[in-house]
Design a protein around this ligand. Structure first.
Ligand code: TXA
Ligand code: MG
Length: 333
């Protein structure tokens, strides 16, 4: 389906209450596209078994179809129907589901997720989100729902319904508004291969996963980050999460015409003439910073500043995922 066919839709926005959930289930059931909150970011959902719906989803986002989608399910029992769990996967699911963790597993023989959603791989990415709206929607729908972040491909991920509307109004059927999300960066993705592998840092700190497993995750990410031909999670292209304005990392001062994305106490020369200033966490808390990251990038972009200077952010806890997203936002386009 061409993008021009997808922009004729009238996008409804409904509160994430029982009537909204009913409407969302009906929309998914007829192959429609529904944006809904998860605790990490808003997702754009489609019936994972419906190839036509998935084709419309790729078109609505402008997403390359070689980039596979995460299948969301309500619980571990539903996850077992589509993915084969090894001992590591069992431990990770028991410790972190429901929550901001995605597991890449070999598909089961009867896996109902359409090949188009897995980009023809023999693995499937599975997540059990904790957000009450996501839980209610998945339980009521009954089958797997594929959902990438609900933004135009390459844009900043949405943490509020208005962000979804700004990117996708006219291209999707329904947005369930469940308020701002609690985590703010996407799920951590672990590949349960012979050696458990960190495919994307995210909402569960890598340290917490390694402490629970009692082993270090393999990290092909460092080598793959600069090689867009062979990304490990195919979606982890070097340039991503990109605002219009240029992004300058580890700023020690603010140049004329720049906006400042701050972290902790602000002591940078030039701050007084910044085009705009937003502080991710005045107290210097990475978890608080994660909840603001994508929204503040959007807001500073909208300020019209020519560039966004970003103060250094420590790598501990959610800082790893924040620095990963900022590096991609700053990458050459
Ligand atoms: O928090 C999240 O994970 C959000 C919410 C909506 O659940 N979803 C999300 O989806 O971030 P998306 O499509 O923006 O990112 C999914 C990533 C992509 O980088 C994709 O390449 C990777 O997961 N992925 C999906 N299936 C995979 C597979 N079988 N093997 C390796 N990577 C996979
Ligand atoms: Mg995304």
């Amino acid at each position: 389906m061409s993008p021009s066919e997808t922009i004729a839709l009238e996008t409804k926005v409904l509160s994430a209450n029982p009537a909204g959930i009913d409407a969302a289930v009906a929309t998914l059931s007829r192959g429609g596209l529904v944006a809904f909150p998860t605790e990490t970011v808003y997702g754009l959902g489609a019936d994972a078994t419906h190839a036509g719906a998935i084709a419309r989803l790729y078109a609505a986002k402008g997403r390359p179809a070689f980039n596979p989608l995460i299948a969301h399910v309500a619980d571990l029992a539903a996850a077992r129907r589509i993915g084969r769990f090894d001992a590591t996967a069992e431990k990770l699911a028991a410790a972190f589901w429901p929550g901001p963790l995605t597991l890449v597993l070999p598909q089961t023989a009867g896996c109902a997720v359409a090949d188009l959603a897995t980009a023809g791989l023999d693995t499937v990415a599975i997540r059990v989100p904790a957000h009450p709206t996501a839980q209610a929607l998945l339980a009521a729908f009954g089958g797997p729902v594929v959902a990438p972040s609900a933004n135009i491909s390459g844009h900043v991920s949405p943490t509020m319904a208005i962000h979804v509307n700004a990117d996708l109004a006219g291209r999707i059927d329904l947005i369930l508004d469940g308020g701002p999300v609690h985590v703010g960066v996407e799920s951590t993705i672990v590949g349960c291969f012979a050696q458990p592998t960190l495919l994307r840092p995210g909402g569960v700190p890598t340290e917490a996963i390694e402490a629970m497993l009692g082993e270090r995750l393999a990290r092909p990410l460092a080598e793959a980050a600069n090689d867009d031909d062979q990304p490990v999670a195919p979606g982890m292209l070097a340039s991503h999460y990109a605002p219009r304005a240029a992004v300058r990392l580890d700023a020690r001062s603010v140049a004329p015409g720049e906006a400042l994305l701050a972290f902790g106490p602000i002591d940078l020369p030039g701050t007084d003439r910044a085009a705009a200033v937003l502080n991710l966490s005045p107290a210097g808390d990475p978890a608080e910073a994660a909840t603001h990251l994508f929204g503040y990038l959007r807001a500073l972009d909208a300020s019209g500043a020519r560039a966004i200077a970003v103060m250094p952010i420590p790598h501990e806890g959610l800082g790893e995922a924040i620095n990963d997203r900022l590096r991609r936002a700053a990458a050459p386009r």
